[in-house]
Write a protein that binds this ligand. Structure first.
Ligand SMILES: NC(=O)c1ccc[n+]([C@@H]2O[C@H](COP(=O)([O-])OP(=O)(O)OC[C@H]3O[C@@H](n4cnc5c(N)ncnc54)[C@H](OP(=O)(O)O)[C@@H]3O)[C@@H](O)[C@H]2O)c1
Length: 340
């Protein structure tokens, strides 16, 4: 048997994605084979395709961080999953395929009747958002600034912060995204230029910043942070360009912010946290607990993934172009028709 997958044969733009068939291999020990129903896109997929994401395999490789589907077969040693079960999986790489073989530890069973497109859009966005909020130790009533607030992780953050009782300031790249941010619980919304304006933030200060962008946002938002404030940096969308991350510019920014001078940093009384979800597979119990909590809240209707435009599997490169355009909101999902 064969099935199709999108390969990156050479790092580069969306045109580097190539669809082709390959032989189906049986799952090995501790592995699961899944017939894919839906693939959710992540901004990190664009970095992986361009070859600037940490731990990206050398080409040829199949990108794709998260999928949903139905278990086709399980390998030796896998006791808690069985063929026919609906699941969501976070393989990190390898998800852009009609059939995915991945470690059972990255697979989560879904309740009966779960919407597979929504399910695919849940794990990375909500796990990232939950982890960022926990790392920032957000308390009820605190003011939290969220950048890229209408995107996949951003829309998850707004919902979880509303549940926590925080006051959120949503920053986005276009006014067309304001209404969605308000609908998801943002107290204030603004364009990025507002980051440098005192009136944009309640009391001119915020307690927490949860930032996916870095670049030109980093310094003004760091300065708006109250003493005792926490800055969680979990992405660097603005620091990336065609030639990867602009390291020299980033170094100049850090220097201007006083982060390279121990005295200035100590005196600032602020916390800077960097994190990446790749930490979680090393903390399997924590990951499983967090995932169970998120899926439980989804099932109870307290949270929902915001779905953006949908694409057919055959148009996956166009989905990459759409995500890079900054015009989309929520999660882009790529659907695979059964039997294709
Ligand atoms: N640390 C982790 O474990 C982790 C996990 C998941 C995601 N992330 C990071 O979180 C961020 C959001 O990821 P996502 O998958 O949910 O994507 P997304 O937010 O749905 O899409 C990216 C958004 O970033 C904003 N953006 C700002 N500057 C940009 C630029 N120079 N180029 C393109 N977009 C830019 C755009 O919104 P506006 O136009 O409104 O600004 C765009 O819609 C990314 O930086 C990603 O790398 C980190």
């Amino acid at each position: 048997m064969t099935s199709c997958a999108w390969f990156v044969d050479r790092y580069g733009g969306p045109e580097r994605l190539q669809l082709r068939g390959r032989d189906d291999s049986p799952p090995g020990a501790g592995e699961v084979a899944i017939r894919t129903a839906a693939i959710a896109l992540n901004f990190a997929d664009l970095f992986a395709r361009a070859g600037v994401y940490p731990n990206t395999p050398r080409p040829p490789f199949v990108p794709g961080m998260e999928i949903s589907g139905v278990v086709e077969a399980v390998g030796p040693g896998v006791a808690d999953l069985s063929p026919g079960q609906a699941v969501v999986a976070v393989p990190i790489f390898g998800g852009y395929a009609e059939r995915v073989v991945c470690r059972a530890s990255s697979v989560f069973p879904l309740p009966d009747g779960a919407d597979l497109a929504e399910a695919a859009a849940m794990p990375v966005a909500f796990l990232t958002a939950r982890y960022a909020i926990d790392r920032a130790q957000v308390r009820p009533g605190e003011t939290v600034v969220v950048t890229a607030a209408a995107g996949g992780v951003g829309t998850a953050l707004l919902q979880l912060l509303a549940i926590r009782g925080a006051k959120t300031v949503a920053l986005v790249g276009s006014e067309t995204k304001f209404a969605l941010c308000r609908e998801l619980g943002a107290d204030r919304v603004g364009l990025y230029a507002a980051a440098g304006r005192p009136d944009a933030l309640a009391d001119n200060r915020c307690d927490v910043v949860i930032d996916a962008i870095a670049g030109g946002m980093f310094r003004p938002l760091w300065r708006r942070l109250a003493r005792g404030g926490r800055y969680v940096l979990y992405g660097f969308a603005a620091a990336s360009g065609k030639r990867g991350v602009a390291r020299l510019r980033a170094l100049r920014e850090l220097s201007a912010m006083g982060l390279l001078v121990p005295f200035a940093f100590v005196s600032s009384c602020r916390t800077l946290v960097g994190f990446n979800l790749s930490l979680l597979p090393d903390r399997l119990t924590e990951l499983r607990e967090m995932a169970a909590g998120i899926f439980g809240e989804w099932q109870s209707g307290r949270i929902r993934p915001v779905l953006g435009p949908r694409f057919d599997f055959e148009r996956l490169p166009d989905a990459h172009r759409a995500l890079a355009s900054r015009k989309t909101v929520g999660k882009i999902v790529v659907g695979i028709r059964s039997g294709s």
